[in-house]
Design a protein around this ligand. Structure first.
Ligand code: FAD
Length: 538
């Protein structure tokens, strides 16, 4: 049995940066256990390969949520990365920090050190922004942020014009002074390749002699001596192995897997653990509770002008974009599926945006088994405007359904289970049509394909978004941080309440979801959490 100073479970967005920080001084030995395998795969590295990894069990946990009454009984697909870099290796690479007030909200819930001013230095330090540094942005950090303003498709620029005609300001940088408005998304890529957190942090750390990485290593149980975490049991190549942690065990398995591992290890709701004969180490009903996620939907139109469908679908188009990508690392394959987007308020009384927009210069109305058919889009010219809510009030849960760690936990999303969430989404989908009706868009639209012109009154619009919407893959808060052990799982220094030498450092600790995509916030959680670990070593 090997002993390391730190054992990190999970090499995802947060785990990668934790491994980098804890190993930087050379004073500590670090073991990283990753259930998945390598990220050196073409469709992981190529940004628009996104559609191919979306259902691929070789790199994806491929979770299914429970049938959800809020989604017309649908069983939603919940992809999560199962490879080096975790979900940062299969995500859409949209680089968004959220709204400053989100983090001030975290701080005001009793979490000192987590306000926006506290975190801004971290956001700046981790990035290398192509657009340059300013009061908000960073240059020279490990994550290359590509500024795609000059590379956007002409139709994306048309979308921006229409959004302005619909009343939104043009926004040059959603991570700058203001979040509201329409603009081109910055993405985390470098040289046309995905800049995953494994690429930014884990691989450089692995060049140091003090980091050991075990892939295809599923952590199955945290080991305790009394209420002190002392190691991790894991399974690799069918063999049960144990590693000991001299200093701390750090869970970075993400919003679904971290509460699952805690519950399997005896930290969770005593009733649930009892059902599966798991001895209780700490009875905490908050483990797996408070699940928060963003729900989203696309409206799709047939266009009078060519879209990326005409380039990505035919063999000769695939050849052209493929050669361009291979030779120049450029063109549509090097960009996110979401070229443009924005943030808006459905109601002027909102103090900050409560909805996010996404513009896609292709359409995928016709499904294809086993993949999200971005690289085989519809045969006619099409495009979509999507949206997702920023701070929904619906809450769900994650709970084990077996003591067997290989059985996926039960995910209950409870989407649109509050009147608030339904009402704001209704206002939001109406705004999508308002953008499409503006002159800049209307003149290139042939017809609305989804939901289609018959869908008009409020009941029909609500029924449609219940039927067609689903997760936009930003689940958080199942091990939320807070000062009160009765209301949270970790304290503001990310230590599991009532247990020593055990921390959670990943998106599951967010007390509230942020207004936007969750990757950058997960990385900053990793960086801040690692600093706390180091500070506490004395
Ligand atoms: C399809 C998709 C699209 C997205 N698009 C965007 C986007 O465009 N922009 C954005 O900002 N965010 C996006 N996100 C969200 C963002 O990627 C996540 O919020 C973020 O990566 C979460 O980081 P994490 O560290 O909490 O978990 P993850 O990055 O998911 O890392 C968890 C890691 O732990 C490993 N692991 C789990 N359990 C175990 C175990 N028991 N033993 C060993 N290893 C284990 C997993 O395999 C994984 O590698 C998207 C997510 C998905 C899935």
């Amino acid at each position: 049995m090997q002993t390391y100073d730190f054992i990190i479970v999970g090499s995802g967005s947060a785990g990668s940066v934790v491994a980098e920080r804890l190993s930087a001084s050379g004073r500590y030995s670090v073991l990283v256990l990753e259930a998945g395998g390598s990220d050196m795969r073409f469709f992981v590295q190529m940004p628009l390969g996104y559609g191919k990894t979306f259902f691929d069990p070789a790199v994806n946990w491929n979770y299914k949520a429970e049938p959800d009454p809020g989604l017309a009984g649908n069983t939603d697909h919940w992809p999560r990365g199962k490879l080096l870099g975790g979900s940062s290796s299969i995500n859409a690479m949209v680089w968004i920090r959220g709204h400053p007030a989100d983090y001030d909200g975290w701080r005001d819930l009793g979490n000192p050190g987590w306000g926006f001013d506290d975190l801004l230095p971290y956001f700046k330090a981790i990035e290398d922004n192509e657009a340059g540094a300013d009061a908000y942005r960073g240059r020279g950090g490990p994550i290359r942020i590509t500024d795609n303003r000059a590379r956007a498709h002409p139709l994306t620029k048309r979308f921006l014009k229409a959004a302005v005609e619909a009343g939104l300001p043009l926004n040059q940088d959603f991570n700058g002074a203001a979040q509201e408005g329409a603009g081109i998304y910055q993405i985390n890529t470098k040289g046309g390749r995905r800049m995953s957190m494994a690429r930014a942090f884990l691989r450089p750390a692995m060049k140091r002699g003090n980091v050991r990485l075990e892939t295809n290593a599923l952590a199955t149980k945290i080991l305790f001596e009394g209420s002190r975490a002392v190691g991790v049991e894991y399974v690799q190549n069918g063999k049960k192995l144990v590693a000991r942690a001299g200093r701390e065990v750090i869970l970075s398995g993400g919003t679904i897997n971290t509460p699952q591992l805690l519950q399997l290890s005896g930290i969770g709701p005593a009733g649930l653990l009892g059902e599966f004969g798991i001895p209780v180490v700490s009875d905490n009903p908050q483990v797996g509770a408070n699940l928060q996620d963003h729900q989203g939907i696309n409206y799709t139109w047939k266009a009078r002008v060519p879209t990326l469908n005409q380039l990505l679908r035919p063999w000769w188009g695939k050849l052209a974009v493929g050669i361009r990508y291979l030779l120049l690392r450029d063109g549509p394959l090097s960009m996110s599926m979401n070229q443009g987007g924005g943030f808006f308020r459905t109601d002027a009384s909102e103090t900050r945006p409560n909805m996010q927009l996404y513009f896609q210069v292709f359409s995928t109305v016709i499904p294809k088994a086993g993949e999200r058919p971005i690289l085989t889009p519809d045969p006619w010219p099409g495009f979509s405007i999507g949206l997702s809510n920023c701070r929904p009030t619906s809450r769900g849960s994650v709970a084990i359904r077996s003591s067997d760690p290989t059985i996926a936990p039960k995910i209950v999303a409870n989407a649109y289970s509050t009147n608030h969430d339904v009402a704001e989404m209704l206002d939001a989908v109406k705004f999508l049509r308002r953008i499409a009706a503006q002159p800049a868009m209307a003149e290139v639209i042939a017809e609305e394909m989804l939901p289609g012109p018959v869908c008009q009154d409020d009941d029909a619009l609500i029924a449609d978004f219940r039927k067609r919407s689903g997760t936009v893959y930003h689940p958080v808060a199942t091990c939320r941080m807070g000062p009160d052990p009765a209301q949270s799982v970790v304290d503001p220094r990310l230590r599991v309440h009532g247990i020593s030498r055990l921390r959670v450092i990943d998106a599951s600790i967010f007390p509230l979801n942020i207004s936007g995509n969750t990757n950058a916030a997960s990385v900053v959680t990793g960086a801040k959490g690692a600093d706390m670990v180091l500070e506490d070593q004395g």
